[in-house]
Design a protein around this ligand. Structure first.
Ligand code: SF4
Length: 459
């Protein structure tokens, strides 16, 4: 049986120092985001503009995508359309076959993770090298990325040192970040120079110009695209924006929300292939049309993949990205993935406290916590929750709708907890795991309120 978020999170939190470190590290990134946001007086205005531009684009998607295709083709870019991940992978495979290519480099692209491109190519005997440092580390370890911006954030430098010792023959036990980065740089430079084909993602595609922008902090997308004779860029169709002038709004929001930087180190603009180069662009649906048609979840397509919602989420920070068992983890992943496969990802919308912090930081104003709550209702209605949860929820609904019975049950509960604490303080109670149960109160809130609340209100 497939492991759920709760099972995988349990595995992650078994290593308490790592969990605390993961939590602190991501909170540090969240604090950097706050400083960057507060440093711009027009921050809220930018968020509002970004949200409105995306809303407008999603409402006129057909027009902007066809305009983009027309302009991109006129620029000399070959445009392909893929209905799903399988078609996306086949299109790329055909281009590889046509050119008889052996050496491929790829810069970080969550879409190719979503489509499982690496696994697909590997099954067909084709090796592809991930060139983002974090991605390369997890690729060596045969793990998926655990975060969309910081793919290896679940690893400490000792883990990286061990991995590089195994794969790049670095000195055993040398954890010096400069030494390790230099080893990765030499290794990747070699791969770039040899590459015959570069695959990149797309952060923003501009309908007005037919060009697209790729944002990286390491310049690896540029290195790949500028050395290889063939460049394939892959984009989900929601990456489209109407005009070049809208880019500034998103570029100012993206890096600040992601890492607290004023701008991503490299925002590379691609408009046409250079002489003797072939440039392809694969535009992918893979469930996006379906999500666009779900009124309650349409807004999730506004996402610019900054990961601010990951960094602030108390559940993500303490359960690690791999516990979400999907390419895009965290709060936004928990909205996008049930759309792709509701049964397999039915657990994800429940992996949230619904505290609203994700909604609060989202640069494009996606109502993330409301959508998570809505998904829970859909998933329960469709019958995708465990029977134990369903029975428990129905029992609670019955109890909460009968005030007298609820008060009686509360009184009995307090008595039982006082007399037989082992009834709740046992391993069968999931709340008791890693928590102290609270002392049973002397009286219920209602009893306290009846005694004190009215008097206070009168005063
Ligand atoms: S949902 Fe919002 S905060 Fe989360 S990754 Fe997308 S844009 Fe960033």
């Amino acid at each position: 049986m497939k492991k759920t978020h709760a099972d995988l999170a349990e595995k992650f939190i078994a290593d308490e120092p790592r969990t605390n470190w993961h939590d602190d590290t991501l909170w540090f990134v969240r604090e950097k985001r706050d400083k960057a946001a507060h440093g711009l007086p027009e921050w809220e205005q930018l968020r509002e503009w970004a949200s409105q531009i995306k809303n407008h684009t999603l409402s006129n998607l057909y027009n902007y995508l066809t305009e983009f295709e027309e302009k991109a083709k006129a620029n000399g870019i070959m445009v392909h359309w893929a209905a799903d991940g399988e078609e996306h992978n086949k299109i790329i495979h055909d281009i590889i076959r046509k050119h008889k290519i052996q050496k491929i480099v790829k810069s970080k692209s969550m879409l190719t993770e979503e489509c499982h491109l690496n696994e697909y190519l590997q099954e067909h005997g084709i090796e592809v090298v991930d060139t983002d440092l974090g991605e390369r580390i997890v690729q060596f370890r045969k793990e998926p990325p655990s975060h969309i911006v910081l793919p290896a954030i679940h690893l400490k430098r000792e883990d990286v040192s061990e991995t590089f010792h195994e794969h790049l023959q670095t000195e055993k036990g040398n954890n010096d970040p400069q030494y390790l980065t230099e080893a990765a740089r030499q290794h990747l430079r070699h791969k770039f120079v040899q590459s015959e084909l570069a695959i990149t993602g797309v952060n923003f595609a501009i309908a007005e110009t037919g060009g697209f922008v790729v944002c990286t902090n390491e310049g690896n997308a540029d290195m790949g695209a500028h050395t290889a004779p063939v460049h394939i860029a892959c984009m989900g169709f929601e990456k489209i924006i109407p005009k070049a002038e809208h880019l500034a709004v998103f570029l100012r929001l993206l890096a600040r929300s992601a890492t607290g930087q004023p701008i991503t180190t490299y925002s590379s603009h691609f408009h046409k292939p250079r002489p003797n180069q072939e440039m392809h662009l694969v535009i992918v649906d893979n469930g996006r049309s379906r999500q666009l048609g779900r009124e309650d979840f349409r807004n999730s397509l506004k996402c610019i993949r900054c990961a601010a919602c990951f960094n602030t989420c108390p559940v993500y920070r303490r359960s690690g990205g791999h516990s979400y068992h999907t390419a895009v983890a965290g709060p936004i992943g928990s909205i996008l993935n049930p759309n792709l496969d509701m049964k397999a990802n039915a657990d994800l919308p429940f992996a949230s406290t619904l505290c609203g912090s994700c909604t609060n930081v989202c640069p494009v104003k996606i109502n993330i916590h409301e959508q998570l709550w809505k998904w829970r209702q859909v998933i329960v209605a469709e019958g995708y929750v465990a029977t134990s949860k369903k029975i428990g929820m129905e029992g609670m609904a019955f109890l909460l709708s009968k005030p007298k019975l609820y008060r009686f049950a509360g009184k009995m509960g307090i008595k039982m907890m006082k007399t037989f604490p082992a009834l709740t303080n046992n391993k069968l109670n999931p709340w008791y795991k890693q928590r102290e149960m609270p002392e049973p109160p002397k009286e219920s809130f209602r009893e306290w309120y009846l005694k004190n609340g009215k008097i206070k209100l009168k005063e």
